[in-house]
Design a protein around this ligand. Structure first.
Ligand SMILES: [Zn+2]
Length: 90
């Protein structure tokens, strides 16, 4: 299980791996095999969750075109430019 790597998989490959692991887990009759499969499934789901957190949906934009995913920096930008206002993405 320690050799099971999810880092190199694309998002599509991760989704497919998750479905296949979930399916084989549902079909598995062996306790030992289930434990391995459950571990792999957990690794895949953890990777998917981690990538979701890193997705750019959390980026803050300013009306001037400035953008950052760091709220502290964004506040500093607004503080340094009192005529700037946050820009809401459509
Ligand atoms: Zn700005």
């Amino acid at each position: 299980m320690r050799d099971y790597s999810v880092r190199g998989l694309s998002a599509g490959e991760l989704e497919r791996a998750r479905r296949e692991l979930a399916a084989s887990l549902a079909l598995s009759r062996s306790g030992a095999l289930s434990a391995v499969t459950a571990g792999q499934l957990g690794a895949v789901e953890a990777e998917l969750a981690a990538r979701k957190d890193e997705s750019p949906t959390g980026i803050l934009f300013c009306g001037c075109g400035y953008g950052t995913d760091n709220p502290v920096r964004f506040d500093a930008h607004l503080g340094n430019n009192s005529d700037h206002e946050p820009y809401d993405q459509p």
